[in-house]
Design a protein around this ligand. Structure first.
Ligand code: FPP
Length: 279
């Protein structure tokens, strides 16, 4: 059964491009290797890391402990994305709406952010990860602003995984910001209003230069987008996983990637006749 699936995946591969071989632990003592053909891998994955609070509450821990555990899960998902040849990974770390949480939780998240950049930047740089922050950095406390600017500057030339961290980010605010920038350019005579199109608008988004999101994963069973990348996810495949984010591991990630590989993406067009079913 597994061999058949593997053969079918190989059959679907573009000639001359090697598949990614991915070994993931299934249970504590066993592991399974899968082939993910490169032309069935998403170029850009976005993740809403949901469920930290519930994970902590179930263990009678403060919500901040859930966020700390979520950071551990994040470390391995970033590494897996690098290992598996994903071009861009965008994570929702803190939304503009998250300021409405208790002062205690906001402070804990901000402290975690500082700790994260201090402890991870060497490792991320060594993995050639290029960090970009999506969101209003000026709205962050000074220490956090300095840390994220330093991380972006230090890794800006890196050619590995493009890691985009949405921080103080809101999708509608991002579109308003882009509209204002374009209006300014029209006023300055840089563009005529007729020259404004999808490409010029995309250039004003935090994600300029990145491919659109192919796969959006949300953990914890919630099924909504919560103002995350509304423009960039227009044609994304959505995968909702019941796992709480701190428990989301490589096996869960691979499950989402395999689900993506099996989806038929038509971008509004009809399926080409004779298209093979992807196992
Ligand atoms: C949503 O879960 C999660 C967040 C609002 C924060 C996500 C942050 C991290 C995983 C760690 C910090 C990131 C970096 C880059 C250091 P929730 O708290 O809404 O969970 P709940 O729905 O169970 O309450």
């Amino acid at each position: 059964m597994f061999t058949e699936k593997l053969a079918k995946l190989f059959g679907n591969m573009r000639r001359g491009r090697a598949p990614q071989y991915i070994t993931v632990p299934i249970q504590s003592a066993t592991a399974q290797t899968y082939a993910l053909p490169p032309d069935r891998l998403p170029r850009h994955v976005a993740i809403i890391m949901d469920g930290n609070g519930r994970w902590a509450t179930r263990r009678n821990l403060p919500r901040s402990a859930g966020h700390a555990a979520g950071t551990e899960a994040l470390r391995d998902i970033i590494r897996a994305s690098s290992d598996w040849g994903i071009e861009a990974l965008t994570i929702y770390a803190f939304s503009t709406e998250n300021w409405a949480r208790s002062k205690e939780e906001v402070n804990a998240l901000m402290a975690l952010l500082l700790k994260y950049f201090a402890s991870e930047i060497d490792e991320l740089d060594a993995q050639h990860v290029c960090i970009r922050i999506l969101g209003n950095i000026d709205g962050l406390p000074e220490a956090q602003r300095a840390a994220v600017k330093n991380a972006m500057e230090r890794t800006s030339e890196n050619l590995g995984l493009k890691l985009n961290i949405a921080l103080n980010y809101g999708g509608r605010a991002e579109l308003v910001r882009a509209a204002r920038a374009l209006a300014g350019k029209v006023s300055a005579g840089e563009y005529t209003s007729e020259q404004i199109d999808e490409a010029t608008l995309s250039e004003e988004l935090y994600t300029h230069g990145l491919p659109d999101v192919d796969l959006l994963i949300r953990t914890s069973g919630e099924q909504r987008l919560s103002n995350f990348l509304p423009w960039q996810t227009s044609y994304a495949e959505l995968v909702f996983d019941k796992t709480l984010w701190p428990d989301f591991d490589r096996a869960c990630y691979l499950r989402a990637l395999r689900e993506f590989a099996n989806r038929s993406r038509r971008f509004g067009a009809v399926e080409p006749s004779g298209e093979e079913e992807h196992a």
